[in-house]
Design a protein around this ligand. Sequence first.
Ligand SMILES: C[S@@+](CC[C@H](N)C(=O)[O-])C[C@H]1O[C@@H](n2cnc3c(N)ncnc32)[C@H](O)[C@@H]1O
Length: 292
Amino acid sequence: MADQLPETLGPLLREAQARLAAAAIDDPALDARLIVEHFSGTTRTQAIADPERKIDESTIAAIFDALRRRAGGEPVHRILGYREFYGLRLSVSPETLEPRPDTETLVEAMLPFVRAVAVQEGECRILDLGTGTGAIALALLSAVPAAIATGVDMSAGALATAGRNARQLGLAGRFTALQSDWFEKVSGRYHVIAANPPYIPSEDIGNLQDEVRNFDPHLALDGGADGLNPYRIIAAEAARFLETDGRIAVEIGHTQHDEVSGIFAAAGYMPGGAFRDLGGNDRVIVFERTKP
Ligand SMILES: C[S@@+](CC[C@H](N)C(=O)[O-])C[C@H]1O[C@@H](n2cnc3c(N)ncnc32)[C@H](O)[C@@H]1O
Protein backbone atom coordinates (compact mmCIF):
# COMPACT_ATOMS: atom_id res chain seq x y z
CA MET A 1 0.00 0.00 0.00
CA ALA A 2 2.74 2.45 0.97
CA ASP A 3 4.25 2.09 -2.47
CA GLN A 4 1.05 3.60 -3.91
CA LEU A 5 2.12 6.96 -2.57
CA PRO A 6 4.17 9.03 -5.07
CA GLU A 7 7.92 8.91 -4.53
CA THR A 8 8.62 12.56 -5.23
CA LEU A 9 7.95 15.45 -2.88
CA GLY A 10 5.46 17.59 -4.81
CA PRO A 11 3.15 14.76 -5.92
CA LEU A 12 3.50 13.15 -2.48
CA LEU A 13 2.22 16.31 -0.78
CA ARG A 14 -0.71 16.54 -3.18
CA GLU A 15 -1.66 12.91 -2.66
CA ALA A 16 -1.34 13.24 1.13
CA GLN A 17 -3.67 16.24 1.09
CA ALA A 18 -6.15 14.40 -1.15
CA ARG A 19 -6.25 11.41 1.23
CA LEU A 20 -6.88 13.60 4.27
CA ALA A 21 -9.53 15.61 2.40
CA ALA A 22 -11.26 12.36 1.45
CA ALA A 23 -11.30 11.47 5.18
CA ALA A 24 -13.00 14.85 5.92
CA ILE A 25 -10.07 16.14 7.99
CA ASP A 26 -10.60 19.83 8.87
CA ASP A 27 -7.44 21.29 7.38
CA PRO A 28 -6.05 18.63 5.05
CA ALA A 29 -3.45 20.91 3.42
CA LEU A 30 -1.88 21.89 6.74
CA ASP A 31 -1.88 18.40 8.21
CA ALA A 32 -0.49 16.86 4.99
CA ARG A 33 2.32 19.39 5.01
CA LEU A 34 3.10 18.83 8.72
CA ILE A 35 3.23 15.06 8.24
CA VAL A 36 5.27 15.05 5.03
CA GLU A 37 7.74 17.66 6.28
CA HIS A 38 8.17 15.94 9.65
CA PHE A 39 8.85 12.44 8.34
CA SER A 40 10.86 13.46 5.26
CA GLY A 41 12.84 16.20 6.98
CA THR A 42 12.00 18.56 4.13
CA THR A 43 10.82 22.17 4.22
CA ARG A 44 8.07 24.11 2.50
CA THR A 45 10.68 25.88 0.37
CA GLN A 46 12.10 22.56 -0.83
CA ALA A 47 8.60 21.40 -1.82
CA ILE A 48 8.25 24.48 -4.00
CA ALA A 49 11.80 24.67 -5.36
CA ASP A 50 12.43 20.93 -5.78
CA PRO A 51 9.11 19.09 -6.22
CA GLU A 52 10.84 16.20 -8.01
CA ARG A 53 13.01 15.48 -4.97
CA LYS A 54 13.01 11.70 -4.38
CA ILE A 55 11.72 10.43 -1.03
CA ASP A 56 13.12 7.10 0.17
CA GLU A 57 11.04 3.99 0.72
CA SER A 58 11.16 3.87 4.51
CA THR A 59 10.07 7.52 4.72
CA ILE A 60 7.17 6.83 2.36
CA ALA A 61 6.14 3.94 4.61
CA ALA A 62 6.25 6.20 7.69
CA ILE A 63 4.18 8.86 5.89
CA PHE A 64 1.70 6.23 4.75
CA ASP A 65 1.26 5.07 8.34
CA ALA A 66 0.91 8.64 9.65
CA LEU A 67 -1.74 9.48 7.01
CA ARG A 68 -3.65 6.34 7.94
CA ARG A 69 -3.64 7.35 11.61
CA ARG A 70 -4.66 10.93 10.83
CA ALA A 71 -7.46 9.76 8.52
CA GLY A 72 -8.60 7.57 11.44
CA GLY A 73 -9.05 10.67 13.60
CA GLU A 74 -5.81 10.77 15.63
CA PRO A 75 -4.72 14.39 16.24
CA VAL A 76 -1.83 15.40 14.02
CA HIS A 77 0.42 16.49 16.89
CA ARG A 78 0.04 13.14 18.64
CA ILE A 79 1.25 11.50 15.42
CA LEU A 80 4.19 13.89 15.15
CA GLY A 81 4.90 13.49 18.88
CA TYR A 82 5.23 17.19 19.62
CA ARG A 83 3.34 20.47 19.66
CA GLU A 84 4.57 24.06 19.69
CA PHE A 85 3.65 26.05 22.81
CA TYR A 86 4.76 29.61 23.38
CA GLY A 87 7.50 29.13 20.79
CA LEU A 88 8.79 25.95 22.46
CA ARG A 89 8.65 22.51 20.87
CA LEU A 90 7.15 20.22 23.53
CA SER A 91 7.04 16.45 23.25
CA VAL A 92 3.63 14.96 23.98
CA SER A 93 2.88 11.43 25.14
CA PRO A 94 -0.27 9.37 25.72
CA GLU A 95 -0.24 10.54 29.38
CA THR A 96 -0.13 14.27 28.57
CA LEU A 97 -2.71 16.73 27.38
CA GLU A 98 -1.67 18.37 24.13
CA PRO A 99 -0.81 21.90 25.22
CA ARG A 100 -3.29 24.37 23.67
CA PRO A 101 -2.79 27.91 22.40
CA ASP A 102 -5.49 29.08 24.89
CA THR A 103 -3.11 28.21 27.74
CA GLU A 104 -0.57 30.71 26.40
CA THR A 105 -3.01 33.31 27.83
CA LEU A 106 -1.97 32.20 31.32
CA VAL A 107 1.73 32.51 30.46
CA GLU A 108 1.18 36.03 29.06
CA ALA A 109 -0.92 36.99 32.09
CA MET A 110 1.77 35.97 34.60
CA LEU A 111 4.91 36.99 32.76
CA PRO A 112 5.05 40.63 33.97
CA PHE A 113 4.64 39.49 37.60
CA VAL A 114 7.26 36.73 37.25
CA ARG A 115 9.69 39.24 35.71
CA ALA A 116 9.02 41.81 38.44
CA VAL A 117 9.54 39.29 41.26
CA ALA A 118 12.73 38.02 39.61
CA VAL A 119 14.11 41.59 39.53
CA GLN A 120 13.05 42.44 43.11
CA GLU A 121 13.87 39.14 44.80
CA GLY A 122 16.61 37.78 42.56
CA GLU A 123 14.47 34.72 41.81
CA CYS A 124 10.85 33.80 41.22
CA ARG A 125 9.61 30.44 42.46
CA ILE A 126 6.76 28.93 40.44
CA LEU A 127 4.54 25.97 41.29
CA ASP A 128 2.77 24.54 38.22
CA LEU A 129 -0.04 22.26 39.41
CA GLY A 130 -1.03 19.63 36.84
CA THR A 131 2.01 20.36 34.70
CA GLY A 132 1.36 17.78 31.93
CA THR A 133 4.06 18.41 29.29
CA GLY A 134 5.45 21.13 31.58
CA ALA A 135 4.01 23.72 29.19
CA ILE A 136 3.24 26.58 31.61
CA ALA A 137 6.31 26.17 33.80
CA LEU A 138 8.73 25.72 30.91
CA ALA A 139 7.32 28.70 28.98
CA LEU A 140 7.81 30.94 32.03
CA LEU A 141 11.29 29.54 32.69
CA SER A 142 12.32 30.08 29.08
CA ALA A 143 11.25 33.73 29.30
CA VAL A 144 12.70 34.53 32.75
CA PRO A 145 16.19 33.17 33.47
CA ALA A 146 15.91 33.94 37.21
CA ALA A 147 12.76 31.82 37.59
CA ILE A 148 12.70 28.28 38.97
CA ALA A 149 9.73 25.93 38.84
CA THR A 150 8.28 22.79 40.34
CA GLY A 151 5.88 20.94 38.05
CA VAL A 152 3.38 18.75 39.92
CA ASP A 153 1.34 15.97 38.39
CA MET A 154 -0.39 12.78 39.53
CA SER A 155 0.73 11.04 36.36
CA ALA A 156 4.23 9.55 36.37
CA GLY A 157 4.08 9.34 32.56
CA ALA A 158 3.26 13.04 32.24
CA LEU A 159 6.11 13.93 34.59
CA ALA A 160 8.55 11.83 32.55
CA THR A 161 7.52 13.81 29.47
CA ALA A 162 7.77 17.14 31.32
CA GLY A 163 11.28 16.19 32.50
CA ARG A 164 12.29 15.24 28.97
CA ASN A 165 10.97 18.54 27.66
CA ALA A 166 12.91 20.44 30.32
CA ARG A 167 16.12 18.64 29.30
CA GLN A 168 15.54 19.17 25.58
CA LEU A 169 15.02 22.89 26.18
CA GLY A 170 18.08 23.23 28.43
CA LEU A 171 15.83 24.13 31.39
CA ALA A 172 16.29 21.00 33.51
CA GLY A 173 18.54 22.82 35.99
CA ARG A 174 15.62 25.05 36.97
CA PHE A 175 12.74 22.54 36.72
CA THR A 176 11.78 19.91 39.29
CA ALA A 177 9.12 17.29 38.50
CA LEU A 178 7.10 16.18 41.53
CA GLN A 179 4.54 13.37 41.61
CA SER A 180 1.79 14.51 43.95
CA ASP A 181 -1.98 14.66 44.31
CA TRP A 182 -2.18 18.47 44.06
CA PHE A 183 -0.37 19.84 47.17
CA GLU A 184 0.02 16.51 49.00
CA LYS A 185 3.83 16.23 48.55
CA VAL A 186 4.55 19.91 47.93
CA SER A 187 6.77 21.86 50.32
CA GLY A 188 8.12 25.41 50.42
CA ARG A 189 6.58 28.69 49.38
CA TYR A 190 6.09 30.05 45.89
CA HIS A 191 5.62 33.49 44.37
CA VAL A 192 3.36 32.03 41.68
CA ILE A 193 0.99 29.08 41.83
CA ALA A 194 -0.25 28.35 38.32
CA ALA A 195 -2.72 25.68 37.27
CA ASN A 196 -4.56 24.56 34.21
CA PRO A 197 -6.48 21.85 36.05
CA PRO A 198 -8.98 19.40 34.58
CA TYR A 199 -12.22 21.42 34.41
CA ILE A 200 -14.72 19.46 32.31
CA PRO A 201 -17.77 18.23 34.26
CA SER A 202 -17.61 14.40 34.31
CA GLU A 203 -20.86 13.93 32.45
CA ASP A 204 -19.76 16.28 29.61
CA ILE A 205 -16.68 14.20 28.74
CA GLY A 206 -18.74 12.02 26.42
CA ASN A 207 -19.80 15.08 24.40
CA LEU A 208 -16.29 16.36 23.71
CA GLN A 209 -14.86 16.30 20.17
CA ASP A 210 -13.58 12.84 19.23
CA GLU A 211 -10.00 14.11 19.00
CA VAL A 212 -10.15 15.30 22.61
CA ARG A 213 -12.26 12.52 24.13
CA ASN A 214 -10.38 9.68 22.45
CA PHE A 215 -6.81 10.97 22.73
CA ASP A 216 -6.35 13.40 25.64
CA PRO A 217 -6.02 11.49 28.95
CA HIS A 218 -9.20 11.68 31.03
CA LEU A 219 -7.13 12.52 34.12
CA ALA A 220 -6.33 15.78 32.32
CA LEU A 221 -9.97 16.54 31.49
CA ASP A 222 -12.29 15.37 34.24
CA GLY A 223 -12.90 18.04 36.89
CA GLY A 224 -15.52 16.04 38.82
CA ALA A 225 -19.30 16.36 38.88
CA ASP A 226 -19.44 20.11 38.15
CA GLY A 227 -15.90 20.48 36.77
CA LEU A 228 -14.85 22.63 39.74
CA ASN A 229 -13.31 20.13 42.19
CA PRO A 230 -9.66 21.02 41.45
CA TYR A 231 -10.38 24.75 42.00
CA ARG A 232 -11.93 23.96 45.40
CA ILE A 233 -8.81 22.02 46.42
CA ILE A 234 -6.40 24.65 45.12
CA ALA A 235 -8.30 27.53 46.75
CA ALA A 236 -8.54 25.69 50.08
CA GLU A 237 -4.88 24.64 50.29
CA ALA A 238 -2.82 27.23 48.41
CA ALA A 239 -2.29 29.65 51.32
CA ARG A 240 0.32 27.45 53.02
CA PHE A 241 2.42 27.42 49.87
CA LEU A 242 2.02 31.00 48.62
CA GLU A 243 4.39 33.86 49.46
CA THR A 244 2.60 36.76 51.18
CA ASP A 245 2.36 38.87 48.02
CA GLY A 246 2.19 35.90 45.68
CA ARG A 247 -0.32 35.28 42.91
CA ILE A 248 -2.44 32.32 41.89
CA ALA A 249 -3.31 32.01 38.20
CA VAL A 250 -5.82 29.45 36.98
CA GLU A 251 -7.07 28.58 33.54
CA ILE A 252 -10.85 28.13 33.48
CA GLY A 253 -13.56 26.82 31.18
CA HIS A 254 -15.19 29.73 29.37
CA THR A 255 -18.40 29.57 31.44
CA GLN A 256 -16.69 29.17 34.83
CA HIS A 257 -15.56 32.74 35.60
CA ASP A 258 -18.15 33.51 38.27
CA GLU A 259 -18.10 30.12 39.95
CA VAL A 260 -14.30 29.97 40.16
CA SER A 261 -14.14 33.60 41.38
CA GLY A 262 -16.68 32.68 44.07
CA ILE A 263 -14.64 29.67 45.21
CA PHE A 264 -11.48 31.76 45.59
CA ALA A 265 -13.31 34.70 47.21
CA ALA A 266 -14.72 32.35 49.85
CA ALA A 267 -11.18 31.11 50.54
CA GLY A 268 -9.85 34.65 51.11
CA TYR A 269 -8.62 35.77 47.69
CA MET A 270 -9.49 38.76 45.56
CA PRO A 271 -9.25 38.94 41.79
CA GLY A 272 -6.01 40.34 40.42
CA GLY A 273 -7.04 40.26 36.76
CA ALA A 274 -9.14 38.29 34.29
CA PHE A 275 -7.93 37.47 30.81
CA ARG A 276 -9.58 36.29 27.61
CA ASP A 277 -8.12 33.94 25.02
CA LEU A 278 -7.70 34.81 21.34
CA GLY A 279 -11.27 33.65 20.72
CA GLY A 280 -12.56 36.25 23.21
CA ASN A 281 -13.54 33.66 25.84
CA ASP A 282 -12.88 34.05 29.57
CA ARG A 283 -9.82 31.89 30.06
CA VAL A 284 -7.61 32.90 32.99
CA ILE A 285 -8.18 34.47 36.41
CA VAL A 286 -5.40 35.72 38.66
CA PHE A 287 -5.95 35.92 42.42
CA GLU A 288 -4.15 37.68 45.27
CA ARG A 289 -4.69 37.26 48.96
CA THR A 290 -7.23 39.61 50.48
CA LYS A 291 -5.35 42.13 52.61
CA PRO A 292 -6.37 41.96 56.31
C1 LIG B 1 -5.70 20.17 31.69
S1 LIG B 1 -4.21 19.27 31.97
C2 LIG B 1 -3.01 20.59 31.91
C3 LIG B 1 -1.64 20.17 31.45
C4 LIG B 1 -0.68 21.34 31.22
N1 LIG B 1 -0.53 22.14 32.43
C5 LIG B 1 -1.16 22.22 30.09
O1 LIG B 1 -1.67 23.32 30.37
O2 LIG B 1 -1.04 21.81 28.92
C6 LIG B 1 -4.36 18.90 33.71
C7 LIG B 1 -3.21 18.13 34.31
O3 LIG B 1 -3.53 17.90 35.70
C8 LIG B 1 -3.08 16.62 36.07
N2 LIG B 1 -3.85 16.18 37.24
C9 LIG B 1 -5.12 15.70 37.29
N3 LIG B 1 -5.47 15.43 38.56
C10 LIG B 1 -4.41 15.75 39.34
C11 LIG B 1 -4.16 15.70 40.75
N4 LIG B 1 -5.08 15.24 41.60
N5 LIG B 1 -2.96 16.11 41.20
C12 LIG B 1 -2.02 16.56 40.34
N6 LIG B 1 -2.18 16.64 38.99
C13 LIG B 1 -3.37 16.24 38.50
C14 LIG B 1 -3.32 15.77 34.82
O4 LIG B 1 -2.53 14.60 34.82
C15 LIG B 1 -2.94 16.78 33.72
O5 LIG B 1 -1.57 16.67 33.38
